[in-house]
Design a protein. Structure first.
Length: 428
């Protein structure tokens, strides 16, 4: 435990960590673990899709010509294919473009301009509105809210979703209109929301009659082990609790097929789907149905989808293990860092001693390692403790992930020991 080291032992620890750091830096590497992008190998799993639908195969089961305009909701076969993972009937799925983030963005803008089912007025006409932001969370969720001046209220994650006592207290305020949730293999903490968390979210009393759960199930099928975690069905839980319109569900195939050319989904209650499509119909005559057909031809059915996701698991799992092994080796008995060993998702989230995150990023940069900036996982880029870092091991090769993870763990150990020493000097 770093905190228990005698002054001399702490100095020796720092000297050893410094020597390791200098040796690592001398290798002159350039490695990047900043963003959760699929690797070229993963993209190759879907290479076969690029030749599809092909051979004048452009007619949907309903006899529509997929090359033409129309079909705003998305072709039925693709909605059937993803209805299971989304947890709704095919009638309650809307297929968008290539980015679920765009669908989330638009839903928020439409809520601001028009209100949602149950709104007394457009959200933008309220004197002030706010969102609950479980943190650490996904920086691009927070960026949308910041863009439109929606106040963000961070709430701590517990390992089973957000601190629900705090959420239940905050939602009594009618200004609080929504909460971001990444309920399965959360970005970045990899936690899954427990049954209790989900039930409480579905039934909690909200001050705003038009409060919404922004349920971004981006990692619904993204398992890293053979234990495929399931969580409760939020749409059903909300309906059972008498709040049928509470959940806006989002997902995409960005990390199933092609990150830049996948399919995005919105799923919700009848009223919400009708509302979404009424807005979307002013934006587009219809989505890219050839891409939808391509996905159906390639993935075939839910079993095909699950088998495809297994390829990703097999490719990704060793990279995650390399990261958590390196953390364990360097930081396991220091008491200076905690992390969850992810069972799914795209990230390893590490909490360091307060003050050590930005120092780690600076050291890593010096050593040729690009890390996501400290604070990025918090609303407004401000981590109150400067302790959380998000590592994204998917993109580099396994060999590079191993090297980078070793370097990062060295930087973390050095940063934490320096912070401990500074704290003692301050106290003295
Ligand atoms: N939601 C979460 C939680 C994510 O981590 C990501 C990608 N990093 C996205 C959404 C982006 O999804 P899409 O590609 O469908 O816009």
């Amino acid at each position: 435990m770093i905190a228990d080291l005698s002054p001399a032992d702490l100095d020796a620890f720092i000297a050893r960590a410094r020597a390791d750091f200098d040796a690592f830096k001398a290798r002159g590497l350039k490695l990047d673990m900043t963003r959760g992008k699929p690797s070229p190998e993963q993209l190759d799993f879907s290479e076969g899709m690029l030749a599809l639908p092909g051979n004048r195969d452009h007619t949907t089961d309903a006899g529509e010509d997929a090359r033409n305009y129309g079909g705003l909701q998305g072709i039925l076969e693709v909605r059937k294919l993803f209805a299971g993972p989304l947890g709704v009937k095919p009638e309650n799925v809307v297929v968008g473009g290539n980015a679920s983030l765009a669908m989330m963005h638009d839903v928020i803008v439409w809520a601001l301009l028009k209100g949602v089912p149950g709104s007394e007025r457009p959200w933008g006409k309220e004197s002030e509105i706010a969102f609950i932001c479980p943190a650490p969370g996904y920086d691009r969720h927070f960026a949308i809210l910041e863009e439109y001046g929606i106040r963000m209220i961070p709430v701590r994650l517990t390992g089973e979703g957000p601190d629900m006592d705090e959420v239940e207290r905050l939602v009594r305020d009618p200004a609080v209109k929504g909460i971001w949730c990444v309920p399965k293999y959360s970005n970045p903490t990899a936690e899954c929301y427990s049954d209790e968390t989900i039930r409480r979210l579905a039934k909690m009393e909200t001050g705003a009659p038009d409060f919404r759960l922004f349920w971004d199930n981006a990692y619904v099928l993204h398992h890293l082990t053979e234990n495929r975690r399931e969580i409760l069905n939020i749409v059903e839980e909300c309906a059972a609790a008498g709040n049928p319109d509470r959940a806006f569900v989002f997902a995409s195939t960005s990390k199933m097929t092609l990150a830049g050319a996948g399919l995005a989904f919105f799923a919700s209650s009848d009223a919400n789907v009708k509302w979404q499509m009424a807005r979307a119909s002013k934006q587009t005559i219809g989505p890219d149905k050839l891409n939808q057909l391509r996905h159906v031809r390639f993935l075939k059915d839910e079993a095909g989808l699950v088998a495809h996701m297994d390829k990703h698991r097999i490719s990704l799992a060793p990279k995650f293990k390399a990261v958590t092994d390196a953390l364990q080796a360097r930081l396991g008995d220091t008491g200076a860092a905690t992390w969850i060993v992810p069972e799914g998702g795209y990230f390893v989230s590490v909490d360091l001693l307060p003050g050590a995150a930005s120092r780690t990023v600076a050291l890593a940069k010096e050593a040729g390692l690009a890390l996501t900036p400290a604070g990025a996982t918090w609303p407004y880029g401000k981590d109150p403790e400067d302790s959380n870092l998000r590592l994204a091991p998917s993109f580099p090769t396994l060999a590079d992930v191993k090297t980078a993870a070793e370097g990062i763990a060295i930087c973390m150990a050095l940063a934490c020991a320096e912070v401990e020493k500074a704290k003692r000097l301050e106290k003295a």
